[in-house]
Design a protein around this ligand. Structure first.
Ligand code: ADP
Length: 721
């Protein structure tokens, strides 16, 4: 409870409020006390108490400020070191200056108070008091004598004349008031000089008692307006013993100047005596009050030193924090401009700087975003191209490569970005050829164009490369296309034309030649001598057989050249294969194996042309197996595969023959490619033509250690399975 109260009182601005009130009270007390030294004596304890309260409050506030400073210093808060240094400097200055002032003040205080009680002053005061008393003594004695004479005169005057005589006496003596009283204080007669006063002043009891002892009275009384009056009272001698004892009471005025002077001297003396008794306690009180005020001043100055140091350092501290924020990338920092001095100028400059930085950052972010957009746009465009695009820098390091370039070259170039071409060349033989060519050509100053042949598993691959230098000689952009298919298509077109002409031009004369040869044999066999007949029949048979062979060749050529519209129908592949194989079952040398697909695959194909394909492939497989001179199996397998998000029917015809000659790999499917004596080289060319007409693909692979495979792929529609 108490702790809570203390905490409440000591937090926030509450201590300052209490301190301000206490200081005001102290100031008021001190002002009151210094006006009157005796008041200081009375108020000293209160002053000291309030002063102590101020001291405690100030000390509390100071300790709180110092503790905060110490905590900041320990936590290495920005600005705390500078504040501490400033505070130390101020403390030294304050302590130095205040100690000197305090020492001197204490010294002067002692000397000042002692000088008040100097011997000369005391003597002068005593003497003047004596002087005034002597002056008054003479006057009093004269007046007493005069009063006694007046009493003597009055003692013989009968009562009825008293009034008149009293008036006369006032006039003669210059008294203010003359009255006759009985000894027990009853007024007998009076006369007053001033018409304002009706009733004379009654002599006091002490005067009456004094007179009863036969002793006359003379004394000084304070009159109106600080004027002194002399009061004299004497017994009136009694002429007749019957008359009661009376007294004469006279009030005389004292000269105004004399009375003031006398009073002043008296007052000064009284004051002086009073103060001289207080001399020692006064010195102590003044010293203590001075010490209290000095302590208060020191504490207040110390607190002020901490406060002002904090205020001076505050903008620097915010500047330090702002700089830290900017250093860590926060450019939105805005500081408050508190002053119009150099620090304020610094803060304003800092704000301008952060504003500019923010603008610059926004601009750079905008351009960065724009760049990113452009880059992603470019990447999308390049990515959707079927043409390969790569860029290299002027030191032949790979900078960018699009997806198509990966496909064409069969390597993931994205993983090789920032690598030199020489490193890329080590990946495979094809890349070596590709990279060496680029390195060679990029030494030129202007753009170039070059065709290059690479060897792939499926055969030869022809690429067409275009090199364009980048601006400022910063490298090259190389665009390349796989033109293998294009070249093949061109060759096919050419061969198609040849085959068509060949079939047309050659087939027509063949039948007349064959018929003529047969007629020659019939007509001239009986006419020629007996020994010449075998020669004649041999010659004519040769013509007939060769023409027959030529007819077969021309038929094949015309088959190759023929491109009738496809009669597409959905067929069961398994059934078609088995149907074709049935024709070969009579061949005892070969075993035909069909590896069924788990499900029956149905595809939309032209069945006649598909049979033609199977015949050509089986014929080649049988011939290859015979070449090997073994009784071997010929395997036909078919199944559905998925590639490039499409479904395909894959048919593989495998034999165990010697395999395809390696030097023919790239032109195996071209017309007139044969290793056989009687071969036309059109079998595989026709296969490819039919498969391509169906939108499929065909290629050959050699098996290890021996054997060959022809792989056909035909597109399957989604519904087909
Ligand atoms: P032809 O059979 O008239 O020679 P093809 O176009 O059918 O014409 O075949 C071309 C050549 O391909 C053949 O001469 C042969 O050298 C080779 N070939 C085709 N099939 C096979 C196979 N299964 N095994 C080995 N070589 C083959």
């Amino acid at each position: 409870m108490v702790l809570k109260l203390i905490r409440r009182l000591s937090t926030g601005t509450a201590p300052y409020f209490y301190l301000a009130i206490s200081l005001l009270v102290l100031a008021w007390l001190l002002t009151t006390a210094t006006e009157d030294s005796s008041a200081l004596n009375d108020l000293f304890l209160v002053i000291f108490g309030v002063g102590l309260l101020c001291l405690v409050l100030l000390a509390g506030i100071l300790i709180r400020s110092l503790y905060r400073l110490f905590r900041d210093f320990r936590h290495n808060e920005p600005g705390s070191r500078l504040t501490t240094r400033l505070v130390s400097l101020f403390v030294m200055l304050i302590l130095g200056a205040t100690t000197i002032v305090y020492g001197f003040s204490l010294h002067f205080l002692h000397r000042g108070i002692n000088s008040w009680f100097d011997v000369n002053v005391e003597q002068a005061l005593t003497d003047s008091l004596e002087l005034s008393r002597a002056a008054f003594g003479i006057r009093m004695r004269t007046l007493l004598r005069q009063t006694r004479m007046m009493a003597g005169v009055l003692s013989e005057i009968p009562d009825e004349n008293l009034g008149h005589n009293l008036r006369e006496l006032i006039k003669l003596s210059g008294a203010l008031e003359v009255s006759i009283w009985t000894i027990d204080g009853q007024l007998v007669m009076s006369s007053v000089e001033s018409p304002m006063i009706m009733v004379p002043e009654r002599p006091s009891e002490s005067i009456l008692r004094q007179l009863q002892t036969q002793e006359d009275y003379i004394g000084m009384d304070p009159g109106e307006k600080d004027e002194l009056q002399l009061r004299a009272a004497v017994l009136i001698p009694t002429a007749t013993p019957l008359r009661e004892q009376r007294l004469l009471h006279v009030m005389f005025p004292v000269n105004r100047n004399l009375s003031i002077l006398g009073k002043t001297v008296q007052d000064a003396y009284t004051d002086y005596r009073e103060i001289s008794y207080l001399r020692k306690p006064l010195i102590t009180i003044f010293s203590l009050t001075l010490s209290l005020i000095v302590f208060l001043t020191i504490l207040a100055s110390l607190w002020f030193a901490v406060w002002i140091s904090r205020r001076i350092v505050q903008p620097l501290q915010s500047l330090a924090e702002g700089t830290q924020a900017v250093a860590s990338g926060n450019y939105n920092m805005k500081l408050d401009v508190a002053s119009h001095d150099e620090i304020g100028f610094l803060v304003r400059s800092f704000n301008q700087m952060t504003e500019r930085l923010t603008q610059a950052r926004n601009a750079s972010q905008r351009s960065h975003r724009l760049l990113e957009q452009q880059t992603s746009y470019l990447t999308t465009v390049l990515g959707s191209l079927s043409t390969g695009v790569v860029t290299i820098d002027n030191e032949n390091y790979l900078r960018t490569a699009n997806v198509a370039s990966n496909k064409i070259l069969g390597v993931n170039l994205q993983q090789k970005l920032e690598s030199p071409l020489s490193e890329l060349a080590q990946l495979n033989d094809n890349l070596q050829v590709f990279c060496q060519l680029i390195e060679e050509l990029s030494k030129r100053n202007s753009g170039w164009q070059q065709q290059v042949d690479l060897t792939q598993a499926k055969g030869r691959q022809t690429l067409m490369l275009h090199g364009t230098p980048l601006p400022a000689g910063s490298g090259w952009v190389i665009v390349f296309d796989d033109i293998t298919a294009l070249l093949q298509a061109q060759r096919h077109a050419a061969w198609g034309e040849v085959a068509r002409r060949l079939a047309h031009e050659i087939k027509n004369p063949l039948t007349p030649i064959q018929l003529s040869a047969e007629r020659l044999q019939h007509k001239y066999q009986p006419l020629v001598p007996e020994d010449q007949v075998p020669a004649l029949s041999k010659l004519t048979n040769t013509i007939i057989h060769q023409v027959e062979a030529m007819k077969i060749m021309v038929d094949e050529f015309s088959e190759y050249a023929r491109s009738p519209a496809l009669q597409l129908q959905t067929h069961s592949i398994g059934e078609l294969i088995r149907e074709v194989l049935a024709m070969y079952q009579s061949n005892p040398n070969h075993q035909f194996v069909v590896l069924n697909s788990p499900s029956d695959i149905r595809a939309k194909i032209d069945s006649n042309r598909f049979r033609q394909v199977l015949h050509n492939l089986l014929k080649n497989a049988i011939e290859a197996s015979e070449e090997a001179g073994q009784e071997v199996d010929i395997v036909i397998s078919y199944h559905a595969v998925e590639q490039d998000h499409r479904r395909w029917l894959e048919i593989i015809v495998t034999d165990q023959g010697p395999g395809f000659p390696s030097d023919m790999a790239d032109k195996l499917f071209e017309p007139y490619t044969t290793t056989k004596l009687k071969g036309t080289g059109l079998g595989l060319a026709i296969v490819r033509k039919i498969i391509e007409e169906h939108g499929g693909d065909v290629w050959a692979e050699n098996l290890q250690p021996e054997g060959a495979s022809i792989i056909i792929r035909l597109p399957l529609e989604e519904s087909e399975s």
